[in-house]
Ligand binder design. Sequence first.
Ligand SMILES: Cc1cc2nc3c(=O)[nH]c(=O)nc-3n(C[C@H](O)[C@H](O)[C@H](O)COP(=O)(O)OP(=O)(O)OC[C@H]3O[C@@H](n4cnc5c(N)ncnc54)[C@H](O)[C@@H]3O)c2cc1C
Ligand code: SF4
Length: 338
Amino acid sequence: MNPFAYDRPADIDGALQAIAGQTAPRFIAGGTNLLDLMKEGVQRAPHLVDINRLPLDGIEETPDGGLLLGALARNADTAYHPLVEQRYPLLSAAILAGASPQLRNMASNGGNLLQRTRCWYFYDVATPCNKRTPGSGCSAITGITRQHAILGTSEHCIATHPSDMCVALAALEAVVHVQSVRGKREIPFAGFHRLPGDRPDIDTTLAADELITGIALPDAQRFVRHSAYLKLRERLSYAFALVSVAAALDIAEDGTIAGARIALGGVAHKPWRMPEAEQLLVGAQPGNGVFGQVADALLHGAIGRGANDFKLPLARNAIVRALTVASQGTVTNQGKAQ
Ligand SMILES: Cc1cc2nc3c(=O)[nH]c(=O)nc-3n(C[C@H](O)[C@H](O)[C@H](O)COP(=O)(O)OP(=O)(O)OC[C@H]3O[C@@H](n4cnc5c(N)ncnc54)[C@H](O)[C@@H]3O)c2cc1C
Ligand code: SF4
């Protein structure tokens, strides 16, 4: 039993004051990841600040035609919100591909961004792991690598980021709104999660005392009719992605591609995007040839480590498949997007 202090403030200022100046402070939202980590002894939290009473569970329209998703809006409420379904079917599909209905009812949007890797050595406190205990070594590099990264790895860590929601948010160029006693700031999604480098214990650019208050989605109307989220995993539900692809195309009247966004999950320490690769699609007619070229560009430099070698062809095929499905028209919870 590890004792911890517990606060349950009613407003944002109270939460920020409760966390400021603490050693190893921790907010808790749905608790679906943090409590498991605490119970397994992977993460210590001597002081928990429960944020569930904060008024951050709304989903609101923004003046630029986008949406602001509250950090405490639950994953299920977000995926089934009419405005999310209409304007961001890619996000809705990605969220619904994750976890289980019970978990999605509990999991918050802010917590989803900060969920930790599913590398099994990270959870096994009997094994060395640089992410859990900096400097102790990486058991995965010489161990079982089936679920591990093929892009952006370092000699210190080859873990993947497990979220589905974040893959869609990367493609949609979301912006994370955060606040601390020092003030507010906005973090573009591409700069929110980190590659492991020599500090795999640090997953994001968020400071320990910063609260995520919301996630802003810019207008993405031009991608509504042609998007797809493809998730490949060991079984059809309740499993993390081996490889996933969020693909969104803007297809002009003449059938050529006017813009494209592609993000990959299950292959790196963060959702993987490469805008230069997306540019290869601009002006092209949709088709396997150009989709394959984009896949090769996106996977440039990818390396397998034995048990995860299969991810290289799997990712290539998944990218081509997701782009093909997107080009044929978005399938939403209500059928085809108009
Ligand atoms: C069995 C199982 C299967 C799963 N399968 C999938 C899957 O297939 N795909 C997928 O994407 N996810 C999956 N998940 C993960 C799930 O989506 C996450 O656990 C969930 O999104 C975390 O949200 P939470 O509110 O419960 O976070 P918590 O557990 O409360 O917190 C997680 C972390 O976020 C921090 N935090 C939370 N909110 C804030 C905030 N507003 N500001 C700052 N810090 C904050 C906490 O301090 C903690 O460090 C699965 C989880 C389980 C248990
Ligand atoms: S891959 Fe990363 S999380 Fe997994 S054992 Fe190595 S250092 Fe730890």
